[in-house]
Design a protein around this ligand. Sequence first.
Ligand code: HEM
Length: 434
Amino acid sequence: MQASLFGQQLTLMEELKASTSTAHARLQTAPFFQALAGCQLPLESYVGQLRAILAIHVVVEQASAHCVDDRVRSVWSADMRKLPLLRKDLQYFEPRTVADLKEAVDVALQATNALRQQSIEAPLAILGWLYVLEGSTLCASVLQPLVARAFLLRGDDGMAYLRNDGAAARYRWAEYSQRMNTLALETGERAQITQAANELFARLEALFRALYPFQQESKAYLAASINPEAGRHPVPDDARELQASVRAGDICWHRFPYFAARYGERGLGFARSDAAWQATLYPYPPAQVLQQVQWLGRVLSARGMPTLLLQVQLEILVEELASAIPERRAGYEKLLPAAAALHAARSRFLTDAQTQELAAAFDLAVGPEWRARFPHTGTLLSAAVADECGGCEKAVDSLRTWMADPRHFPAAWIDAVELTLAQARQQAAPKAKA
Ligand code: HEM
């Protein structure tokens, strides 16, 4: 049954507006918004909100674009993407190394876990969430001037997500409403969508209440402060170490353009938060450090990042940490044996000389243009083969899936990838059997 007002049937958008109006009004009473209007909102609350909303958008945008239900995909449109704007805002605040608020990170994590699960079990819920998130862009005209005044911001600085592009926003909203209102929905499906919208409103209300007011003790550096998707695994509680970890992640990221091409901005976030986690390891006994690094090495290698990358990242991290706090250099250098162990594990199967030869032959085969685009590819392929021989079964396949994908690369490149893998395996296999 469709809801009706004075005998007239409501459109889906009208029904969503009517059924969430109480939740919207309640959300507006959260102390966060009063503090914002009174220029009393701490920066941690505003930045914490950006991080949490980004984590939610990661799930919702991904789930919308790849949903099994084509009605969801027909509503989703690339112009609804907010991730680039949220990332831009967080980048603006990066130099200030703003702390996380533990309770807010927990609420955001619970929300993202629940949304991820529900997007698989009941995909139509995504339409309810899109309504809430897209609708919230209409509030930007109210919120943006308050944020600008409270934090003395100008232009798009730290407020790209709230940017109010007036007529364009209205046009997008009208188009989006049209797509929603023309969906073919079965009995009961509308209720599913409005319920999902109300559930997200409730989660957002809990989030805004956790963001402000907060106890001073709830301030901490958590992984979310540098990568909102990473949640709350340990990171250094010293801002200098945290910044050094971010730099190490960035340097490694730029040294291997493969990262950016394959994993995009999301990968950069993880390069940083992984480096920050590694930076917490140095006070532990060497055997424990080694165990943790080897564990992470296996996890990453099985996902297309051979242990060579972790080794290089650790080496860069030690340098960045030591240049930030020189008096702790000896402590940070305790991470180096773990990096050396990753190298030694691969060298059992392919020596440095063999790897260099394979890499040079690869570069020659693909030519200068592709070599410049993706430097170190031959080395990465060889490293994946050595990881595979060392017991990481998926190391090669997870790298090859992307490296030999005709959507990204010409035939000559793919031939070179296959040849390098075959030759590396030929050289490494006898040692693996021995
Ligand atoms: C994250 C928090 C918020 C969310 C998720 C949210 C969500 C929404 C949604 C879904 C709509 C669309 C309603 C419709 O026409 O169907 C909307 C509209 C609106 N919201 Fe919010 N809202 C939030 C916070 C706020 C706050 C704090 C204010 C004011 C202080 C506000 C003011 C408005 C206004 C004025 C509209 C109507 C815009 C228009 O039609 O031109 N919202 N909001």
